[in-house]
Design a protein around this ligand. Structure first.
Ligand code: AMP
Ligand code: ZN
Ligand code: FE
Ligand code: FE
Length: 280
C-alpha cells in the first residue's frame, strides 16, 4: 500500500521527514509521497531515510493556489526537486505566503491580540520551512488565547475566522503549469472540500492528470462521485491521508496510511511524469 499525501516539518507537519518514513514503515507502507505546502525541503531527508528503512519516496509538493478567494490545493508528483528554476518559483510562493502571514498578524493586532511573526516562526521546526496557519494556532494555544486547534481555526484562522485574510496567489491553472514545468504530475487535492464541482471539471479539462479521490475529509458518496469523474475524464485516481502528525494530541485529517491505494498508482504517476517530461 502507498500513501500519497503527507506533510512534514518542512511545512506544517509535526513529524520530521525521517520520522514520517519510520512511521510509514511501521504502518507497512511500500511507498510514501512527501507533499509539503509550497516546498520540497523535506524530500531529500525522506529519500535518505527511505533507503535506510526500505520505503520508496515519491518527491512531491502541495501548491496553495487561490480561485475567487478560495484556497485550491494542487498536488504534484515526481517533481524535479533539485531544479533551480522550480526552487526559485517555490521561494516566491513562500514569500507570498509570508506576506499573507504578515497580514494575519496585522489583523490579530487590530483585534488587540499581541502576536508577532517571530513567535509564529518559532513553531516551525525546519529552517526556511513553509509557515502556515497551524503554526499560528500553536502560538495562540501557547499564549492562552485559545484552548484547542479547532477553536483557533473556528474563531480566528478559518475562512470565517476573525483574522482570516486571503490575498490573491497564483491560480489553480498556474499551479498546474508550474508542476508540469517541473516534470511533475498535477493532481487536484481533496476536491470534496471546495464545494465547487464546476471548477473541478474545468480543471480536469485543462491539464489535471489526476484527482485525489480518497481523502479523510471525503464522505463515501463523495469518493464515489470523484471516482466516476476520474473515469469520465480518464485521469489517475489517488489516495492520501494528508498526515500532519499530532498537535495537542489530536491528528487533523488522518493518520499516516489511513487512506491508501495500491502500488499501481505509483507506476501510473511515474509513467505520466515521463510523458510530461517528453512533451516539455
Ligand atoms: P495554510 O497553508 O497556512 O493556508 O494552512 C492550511 C492548513 O491548515 C491545512 O493544511 C490544514 O491541514 C490546516 N487546517 C485547516 N483547518 C484546520 C483545523 N480546524 N485544525 C487543524 N488544522 C487545520
Ligand atoms: Zn497543512
Ligand atoms: Fe491541502
Ligand atoms: Fe495537505
Amino acid at each position: 500500500m502507498v500513501d500519497l499525501h503527507t506533510h512534514t516539518t518542512a511545512s506544517d507537519g509535526t513529524y520530521s521527514p525521517e520520522q514520517s518514513v519510520k512511521r510509514a514503515k511501521q504502518k507497512g507502507l511500500q511507498a510514501l509521497a512527501i507533499t509539503d505546502h509550497d516546498t520540497v525541503g523535506g524530500v531529500r531527508e525522506a529519500i535518505v531515510a527511505g533507503q535506510k528503512w526500505g520505503v520508496e519516496i515519491i518527491p512531491g509538493i502541495e501548491i496553495s493556489s487561490v480561485h475567487e478567494g478560495q484556497d485550491i490545493h494542487v498536488l504534484g508528483y515526481f517533481v524535479d526537486y533539485e531544479d533551480t528554476r522550480f526552487l526559485n518559483r517555490l521561494t516566491e510562493l513562500r514569500n507570498v505566503r509570508n506576506k499573507r502571514n504578515q497580514m494575519m498578524i496585522a489583523k490579530f493586532n487590530e483585534l488587540g491580540i499581541k502576536i508577532d511573526l517571530e513567535e509564529v516562526q518559532q513553531k516551525s521546526k525546519m529552517p526556511g520551512g513553509s509557515i502556515g496557519r497551524p503554526h499560528f494556532a500553536e502560538a495562540l494555544i501557547d499564549k492562552g488565547i485559545v484552548a484547542t486547534m479547532k477553536e483557533a481555526f473556528d474563531v480566528y484562522l478559518g475562512q470565517t475566522g476573525k483574522a482570516y485574510v486571503n490575498p490573491p496567489r497564483l491560480t489553480p491553472q498556474e499551479a498546474i503549469y508550474l508542476i508540469k514545468d517541473a516534470g511533475g504530475v498535477p493532481v487536484l487535492a481533496h476536491p470534496g472540500i471546495y464545494d465547487n464541482e464546476e471548477l473541478v471539471e474545468q480543471l480536469l479539462r485543462n491539464g489535471l492528470v489526476g484527482i485525489e479521490v480518497y481523502h479523510p475529509d471525503h464522505r463515501p458518496e463523495q469518493e464515489e462521485y470523484f471516482a466516476a469523474l476520474a473515469v469520465k475524464y480518464s485521469v489517475i485516481q489517488t489516495a492520501g491521508s494528508d498526515f500532519h502528525g499530532e498537535r495537542n494530541g489530536v491528528i487533523f485529517h488522518g493518520d499516516l496510511g489511513s487512506k491508501s491505494t495500491g502500488y499501481e498508482t505509483v507506476s501510473q504517476l511515474q509513467q505520466a511524469s515521463k510523458e510530461i517530461r517528453l512533451n516539455r
